[in-house]
Design a protein around this ligand. Structure first.
Ligand SMILES: Nc1ncnc2c1ncn2[C@@H]1O[C@H](COP(=O)(O)OP(=O)(O)OP(=O)(O)O)[C@@H](O)[C@H]1O
Length: 365
């Protein structure tokens, strides 16, 4: 059983979610859906006791799978414990060589075998291609079928249409039927299907592009190129080759190059905002004393892309721009990509995004 009664969650000294009520009974699957920055991860962290909160909550024998699934595999278990579960499927196991989908499946198997009565997952599908996302979503549903209370925070609603409960998380929490959830989210402008444009235009510098070569084909300066293909097909590796970090036949990038990795928090590392361009900070409504690591995933991704664009690279590389963001943020990122004068290559699992914002789509793998 998972439940909360008037749960208020605090982050960075302010209430980011107010007086939330929700419950997930044994054998039920509930979905938290809502805008980027709406507070989904903050509630998950409050349930885990990491963020401060008021009100009451309980998660019976809980097991958490955080946005960064490596936390589960690398820190929570010994290598032997992970292997004892994984090696029933594979003879040898090196976590670093597993794809994101394999890592998620492994974490889910560990959850199933842990004897947990409630499992709470934050964005399990964020980095997965549709085929792998279906497998991981089925593994999540197996937990429900085993009588566990399952709560999943996810932007990719289409994989959990058969959930038992839907909660809209937008600074508060509201239980809605599926149709009402779609209508309310669309009206408020964060998807899943219709989005509202940002009121403020983006501060995007002009920039100048360069020619790139991918799979022996030349693409002219300023091209917007999507790399598509299943997980593990080599999209990120191709981006590394374009960045000049590794060598790959038939691939050539140029300099200066900008790179925004899959995990936007890695982009920021431990730097603060004191060197960020004024235009970007103003646009994002942030002040220089804020830490980017305190932003939500989607907020951090958009800030990283805008910041990188302001360095005016001739070639901008972005790994999975829309992973873990709502449609409104996806659209914002698309606008930045489309309007920047430099060459932009991005790896994506999002066909709608690629169709809309890329001039060239290259199948990898
Ligand atoms: N440690 C923190 N310090 C200050 N503010 C924070 C902190 N953690 C989260 N926030 C803020 O709380 C709000 C909710 O963030 P949260 O990460 O919970 O959103 P989310 O719904 O999970 O978003 P996403 O879909 O992008 O992951 C955001 O405005 C974020 O900037």
């Amino acid at each position: 059983m998972i439940w909360a009664k008037c749960l208020t969650v605090y982050a960075g000294g302010r209430a980011v979610v107010e007086c939330a009520d929700f419950e997930v009974k044994p054998g039920e699957l509930a979905v938290f859906y809502g805008p980027t920055g709406g507070g989904k991860s903050s509630i998950v962290k409050a349930l885990a006791g990491i963020y401060k909160s008021d009100g009451e909550y309980r998660a019976e024998r809980p097991y958490f799978i955080f946005q960064d699934v490596d936390f589960n595999l690398v820190f929570a278990y010994t290598d032997e414990e992970v292997r004892s579960v994984a090696c029933r499927q594979t003879e040898r196991l090196e976590i670093s060589k597993l794809s994101m989908g394999q890592r998620q499946l492994l974490a889910l198997r560990l959850a199933l075998e842990s004897g947990a009565k409630s499992v709470i997952l934050d964005e399990p599908l964020a980095f997965l291609d549709p085929g792998t996302a279906i497998k991981v979503a089925s593994a999540v549903k197996e937990l429900r079928d085993a009588g566990i209370s399952v709560l999943v925070a996810e932007h990719r609603l289409e994989f959990f249409l058969d959930a038992d409960r839907f909660y809209l998380v937008d600074r508060g929490v509201q239980e809605l039927g599926f149709d009402d959830l779609l209508i309310t989210a669309s009206r408020r402008g964060y998807g899943p299907y219709f989005t509202r444009h940002w009121e403020r235009p983006f501060p995007i510098p002009k920039g100048r592009g360069c020619e790139v070569i991918i799979r022996w084909m030349k693409y002219p300066p300023g091209s917007k190129i999507a790399l598509m293909g299943p997980v593990g097909s080599g999209k990120t590796y191709t981006l590394y080759a374009l960045a000049g970090v590794v060598k790959m036949e038939g691939v050539r990038g140029c300099r200066p190059v900008g790179f925004v990795p899959q995990n936007p928090y890695l982009y920021f590392g431990d730097i603060d905002l004191s060197k960020a361009p004024r235009e970007v900070l103003q646009w994002a409504g942030l002040d220089r004393s804020a830490s980017p690591l305190r932003l939500s995933y989607g907020e951090a991704r958009l800030l990283a892309v805008l910041w990188e664009v302001w360095k005016r690279p001739r070639l901008l590389l972005i790994d999975e721009p829309t992973a873990g963001v709502d449609r409104r943020y996806a659209e914002a990122l698309g606008e930045v990509i489309a309007n920047y004068g430099g060459t932009v290559v991005f790896a994506t699992h999002d066909p709608i995004f690629a169709e809309r914002y890329a001039e060239y789509k290259i199948r990898i793998g």
